[in-house]
Design a protein around this ligand. Sequence first.
Ligand code: ADP
Ligand code: MG
Length: 495
Amino acid sequence: MCGIADRITDCIGLKYVSRAVKAASRQIHRRDPMEECVMIVEQFRKICCTSADVLNLLVNDLVSSMEAGLKTKDSKNSPKMLPSFVENLPNGSEKGSYFALDLGGTNFRILHVELGGRKAKVVKQEVEECSIPEKLKIATGRELFDFIAEKLSTFVRKTHGSTLSNHDWHHHQRKELQLGFTFSFPVDQKSIDGGSLLEWTKGFKCDGVIGENVVQLLEEALARNGLEMKVNVLINDTVGTLAAGRYLYDNTIIAIILGTGTNSAYIESSAALRLKLDESQLPKSTTTVINTEWSYFWSPYLPVTDIDMELLHESPLPGQQQYEKLISGMYLGEIVRRVLQKLQRQSGVFGKSVLSNLANPHSLDARTMSVMHEDESCGLQKVAKVLEENFDIVGTSLELRRLVQTVCDVVCQRAGRLAAVGIVAMLKKIGWDQASTTITIAVDGGLYEHYKKFRGYLFDAMRELLGEKVAENISIVLCKDGSGIGAALLAASHS
Ligand code: ADP
Ligand code: MG
């Protein structure tokens, strides 16, 4: 199926090139809108190109940036390499009942797991998912944490209330109810059970949280909701995914997030943090899990266009997180929208009366982009439907729909290949890029899970960079909800 779609795109590519050449040779005449658009897309495609040479340069740059991040306290345009203070990754022997909260970027999940020890593993698992209302992302911290606490409180009473007798409910709560909190924003931690927010990312901007201990804010909100729980661990989604991966496969050494944002975690020797942390702050265990915060990675080799530069400066944390802004779910649809907007501005190709919604930032998300990209129908009906429903663009020619699909393909291909750079750099960092034994990489995130073509480009680039033989030894496993389940597992291994 993929093959057919790829061939279609290839053919279209050739046709566009020949049109572009014709158009260039007729420069004295005014170009027709379609020719103009073909030229713009062709130019965009060229700059987004990621040859193996460029990818290798990026791998080396990312490895050096990670090394540097381990040694410095603050770094604006390189991975932050934050210690998580996780001392024990779960090993499968954990037992008992644990809750988890997973605050990502788009969704908010509440989980309850019952762990039955080595043989039984996860005996029971309950998950509730709710999306975070946009207005809450820019509300006060108190409103955000109250919303979370209220949802958790309802969930706990629904799932757990019946197992505690009414009169014991308040008395036993703190002892009985243990929680792992996945908070997927950069946090400065000094211990496993707390940490202060460094800065908001992924479109959040709630007052009164930066510099505060988010566990304390959560506990206060829970108390306002009449619920007392012990927050055993504060982690990031990558660390949770690593724990979940390790619980299932004991050769898991790296975790990657490819969802609204992107990030990774791995196991590092605590001594590597000697220059970054004071002696008294160093983790007590010999190894610790590092949350790389690789979204901040920047390199002159990153293939960025004018459109990416505009997005870099007009999005949250202006001028920062270039790597994430080329890769993650929050930005891919937005890049495509900006290209389409440019096509319309310069050629009017979508018709005179349409500009309205096409000019609205984030009016095209990654999921909708993937619907257009993965449309394999002869007439590209899904592309037509998205253009109509999202932007009131009607009556598009098949040629124009193909061009829109090409834009999606270029943006997705670059993102998948750059994500592969991250994975290969992690392998190189830990010296596993020549692996002869099998290892597992745990991945969580909606972008990776649902966008098949993105996964395809990522795998292709990994094989290109590592060679077939090494790539065969690497097993990439989707740990769905790993970021949340991992928090519950770590709450257990740190209880
Ligand atoms: P979070 O990052 O908030 O924890 P998820 O891991 O569930 O959330 O990822 C959600 C993100 O994944 C969405 O914001 C979107 O960018 C991306 N996504 C979800 N479904 C698809 C899809 N079908 N195609 C492409 N991207 C998708
Ligand atoms: Mg998540």
